[in-house]
Design a protein around this ligand. Structure first.
Ligand code: ASP
Length: 356
């Protein structure tokens, strides 16, 4: 096959912009831009459906990270991108093994002088869990941004391309340093500590109830309004570099007529920790309380949280267990897994819940 000079040049330039990480470097138009690595894990952003109107029941995690980046040509005006595939799963199948692999890779990448920031593409269903995990284990102040999409790549009005462009824009911005891990979708910049998926279908599903966003994007420019004061990233004691697995922590949901045997089930499956997604401010039925007492007597660490998804858990002698602060149950589970890699001491773990 014969290549024209212009064709060879174009391939060479696209390899420079998409294929390789270099020091902050001039792009095809001679502009110097930061290097950002996109780590793709799957999700709807990489999903495809049979028609442009199908927005449920499609297949998540089909397109590769490179294909996602290639579908948004204006990204090359913002940063030099390298795309890597960490996994290609719907985030319902995100697990501790992938979390650890992702975190270790990010820490290796961010140690390099020639990497300015990292973007993770992820399914939205459990995105907040991965974002909060990274918020606790990334050892760098460089920007780490998690993004996803509510509509598959084939949908009319797909939100993935815009979310990816915005996430890369934030990751390439030096103002974005030292803000903890960020979640960028739908023009909003949220803190991993506070943001949650609040609706199963709508585009503006990621909300930061009570705490607000840390910034927004206007005309493709990040506007930062506040910094999270909770300790994160380099200020935590969590070191994933030597971890191959995380301690098993289960979540037990509270409800009327709850008779406590879900707690027994978690203990018999050797949970090292249990998060109670309690009713209201972390309350539990009179049948759950003895089940929790038994679990604690066996050395299981119990943390109370609220199934309402927001609000603080107050001290209440009537209920056993540590206080999950204002973490929702799924984020409390992430913190308890990490806490248990460092200590089994309840008062130390409580301090971590107060702090992170
Ligand atoms: N089920 C998808 C996932 O979490 C939903 C999404 O990405 O929006 O992977």
């Amino acid at each position: 096959m014969k290549f024209s000079k212009a064709g060879v040049c174009a391939v060479f330039l696209s390899l420079l912009s998409v294929g390789h990480v270099m020091a902050e470097a001039a792009n095809s138009d001679g502009q110097v831009r930061p290097n950002v690595v996109v780590l793709a894990t799957g999700g709807t952003i990489a999903g495809t459906a049979a028609s442009e109107t199908q927005t449920t029941g499609y297949k998540s995690g089909v397109l590769t990270g490179e294909a996602l980046v290639a579908s948004v040509p204006s990204i090359s005006k913002v940063a030099n991108i390298t795309a890597e595939q960490v996994s290609n799963v719907g985030s319902d199948n995100m697990d501790n093994e992938i979390l650890l692999k992702l975190a270790k890779r990010i820490n290796v990448l961010l140690k390099r002088d020639d990497v300015s920031g990292v973007v993770i593409t992820h399914g939205t269903d459990t995105l907040e869990e991965t974002a909060y995990f990274l918020n606790l284990v990334v050892k760098s102040d460089k920007p780490v941004v998690v993004t996803g999409a509510m509509r598959p790549s084939t949908a009319i009005g797909a939100d993935g391309p815009s979310n990816l462009l915005q996430a890369v824009t934030v990751a390439a911005d030096s103002e974005a340093r030292d803000r903890g891990v960020m979640v960028v979708l739908n023009d909003r910049i949220g803190a991993a500590r506070f943001i949650s998926k609040t609706d199963a279908n709508s585009l503006d599903t990621f909300q930061s109830l009570e705490n607000g966003y840390i910034g927004r994007l206007v005309n493709q420019k990040p506007q930062f309004d506040q910094k999270v004061t909770r300790d994160h990233t380099q200020a935590t004691p969590f070191d994933v570099s030597k971890l191959d697995m995380l301690p098993k922590v289960d979540i037990v949901y509270g409800y009327q007529n709850d008779n406590g045997y879900m707690v027994d089930a978690a203990v018999s499956h050797e949970a090292k920790g249990i998060i109670i997604a309690g009713v209201g401010a972390g309350s539990a039925s009179k049948f759950v309380i003895p089940a929790l007492d038994k679990a604690i007597a066996k050395g299981v660490v119990v943390v109370r949280s609220s199934r309402t998804g927001s609000g603080y858990i107050p001290m209440d002698e009537a209920y056993p267990g540590l206080l999950g602060n204002n973490l929702n149950p799924q984020k409390a589970r992430i913190l308890l897994m990490l806490a248990l890699t460092v200590t089994k001491d309840s008062s130390e773990i409580q301090k971590m819940f107060n702090r992170f």
